[in-house]
Design a protein. Sequence first.
Length: 140
Amino acid sequence: MAEERTVWFGTPSQVVNLGSFILLGLFFWLVIPLFVILWKWLVVKNTKYELTTERLRMRHGVFNKNTDELELYRVRDYKLHQPFFLRMFSLGNIVLQTSDKSHPHVVLKAISDGENLREQLRTYVEECRIRKGVREVDVE
């Protein structure tokens, strides 16, 4: 069996906070909005995604760190969603539908070069399924 290796590592873009930064920046003289801006910045800064040949790791949390893992063979469907605002910055959201009980719906937010990452995900999902002998069966 091939050894697991990291193939992509990324974080969401701070662009997701742009509207809040602008709005709260107008009221910076109240001081409290500065703390809200700092908090929003820290939340995005401490969100990390790591794609390996076998799983997707999602780390998040400012004070309390959480690591969620999704085995790639559990991914059922993947799509790239690019709202107009994110397209202006060449970003997109990757949405994964999975058969995982704890994470049936996973969103990788504000990812740059989302088209390429979606293709990489597709490739590694198929390789992982073949390697583990997993087949998808839809029952309706």
